[in-house]
Structure formats: C-alpha cells, structure tokens
Design a protein around this ligand. Sequence first.
Ligand SMILES: Nc1ncnc2c1ncn2[C@@H]1O[C@H](COP(=O)(O)OP(=O)(O)OP(=O)(O)O)[C@@H](O)[C@H]1O
Ligand SMILES: Nc1ccn([C@H]2C[C@H](O)[C@@H](COP(=O)(O)O)O2)c(=O)n1
Length: 248
Amino acid sequence: MPLPERPSSSASAAAPLVVAVDGPSGSGKSSVCRAVARHLGTAYLDTGAMYRAATWSCLRAGVDLTDAAAVAAHVRAVVLAMGTDPAGATTAVGDVDVTDAVRGAEVTAAVSAVASVPAVRADLILRQRALIDAACRTPQPGRRAGVVVEGRDITTVVAPQAPVRVLLTAREEVRVARRAQQDLGTADAAAVASVRDGVVQRDLVDSRTTDFLAAADGVITVDSSDLDFEGTVEAVLAVVGRATAVAP
Ligand SMILES: Nc1ncnc2c1ncn2[C@@H]1O[C@H](COP(=O)(O)OP(=O)(O)OP(=O)(O)O)[C@@H](O)[C@H]1O
Ligand SMILES: Nc1ccn([C@H]2C[C@H](O)[C@@H](COP(=O)(O)O)O2)c(=O)n1
C-alpha cells in the first residue's frame, strides 16, 4: 500500500518533530528513514553520510588514517554541506558533490577508522546538532519543522531528548541478504557470502565505538526481519504516532 505524502498545507502549523533512529548496517535506516521523513513532511539527516564524507576527504588528501590527531585536524577543516530533502538527500565537501562517491568500497572500508576518532565524533556531533536545530527552527518552505535523523548514536548521544527514539534492527542473515540484493542485484548464496564479511566486520568494529545493538532506556525497537519495506515504514510511523499522540 503506497504511503501518502503528508499534505504540505498544514506543514507550518505542527510543532517541531525530531525522530532519532539508530541501527546496524543493512537494517534499513537510510531507506526507511527517508520514507518516514517524506511521509511526515520533515527533513531527513543521514549522519553516516557525514562520517563517509569526512573519510572521503581524508582519503583524497592522503591523510594517514592511523594518525588520529592528523585525521581530527583534517576533518575539523572540512566544509560539509548536507542536503536534507528526503526526496534527494545530498552530501558535499566544499563545492564537490560526493553523494555517490561516499558509497564506494574505498570509503566504506575506511570509514570506521575515521568514525572511531573521539575528536572527529565531537566535531561531527556538534554539526549534527546544528543541522537538527536548523531543521526545527527554519524548515524548508512547505516542510514541517523537524527531522528524521539516523545513524549509530543518535538516540543515545546526538539527540537523546528526541521525543521519538527508535532502534531499527533485523537479524544478521536478513541484513546481509538485503545488502547483497542492493549491491549485487541478487541474494543467492554466492552473493550473500561475498558481502557477509563487509557487513558483519563493519558492525563489529563500529560497535566498539557506538552502542547500536541494544536499545537504550526509552528507545523503541522495531525489528524489520519479518516485515517488508512498507511494513517497516508503517511500523516506524506507528511508533511516531504513539509517541506524539496527545493524551485525552
Ligand atoms: N523491511 C525491509 N524489507 C526489505 N528490504 C529492505 C527493508 N528495509 C530496507 N530494505 C532494503 O535493504 C537495503 C539496505 O537498506 P539501507 O541502505 O536503508 O540500510 P542502512 O541501515 O542504512 O545500511 P547502512 O548503515 O549500511 O548504510 C536497501 O536496499 C533497502 O531498500
Ligand atoms: N551516527 C553515526 C553514523 C555513522 N557512523 C559510522 C559507522 C558506519 O560504519 C559509518 C557509515 O555509516 P552508514 O552510512 O553505513 O550508516 O559511519 C557513526 O559512527 N555514527
């Protein structure tokens, strides 16, 4: 069942809404959150794309990724521009559009190292909070004030006060199969085997930096293992509806 877009005529009347979503790789954060934001009429912020853009810039500049101080100093100077329209979220470093480049294998293999540097995290977390604040205070014309923001530490560190906090998860074999289907166009045994390590290893390394495998207090878990894409979007929207319902 196609989900309707939220009518923009009432966009300016609603209070700002922040929906914070965390989860492991392949759980559906990007695709599901984009659809949820479209439905709610809010902005959409992909914080993983920010870590990826920082990594892309380090790689391009030849920064030694084992040198945390050098990585942090480089990232501090990176001009990041995040487009938060859920219909076409974009990422730019300076005036270079890196929306597609940051999805490449080289960045994916290196991003965990950059994201594990505490000073990089402190820097990007400040930028993420500023973007969330901007989406709440000055929404784009026709958009509702607020943002659906996803990553690994949004419910716990970046926006722990968000009125809606969700851990979006799915069983490992389901996430690996989705990644195979997405990257290789098939989820046959060979395709699944070839992407498994990339998914599992990255989650293992990332989970030493951020805690996205278990829901923190007050965070609602949505397990999409046995849901299709639209069912997952509806499940997240149901959490939003319950969390924002006005008591009678
Ligand atoms: N409930 C679902 N049922 C079927 N496919 C899904 C579901 N949710 C997401 N997908 C598909 O799974 C793939 C991975 O989803 P997505 O890229 O949104 O995950 P992610 O959590 O953002 O991953 P990463 O953190 O690695 O970027 C996409 O092709 C998406 O369309
Ligand atoms: N809030 C976040 C978001 C992302 N990361 C790291 C961990 C991931 O490996 C990487 C890329 O994220 P993805 O595009 O796969 O969602 O960025 C993080 O540490 N904190």
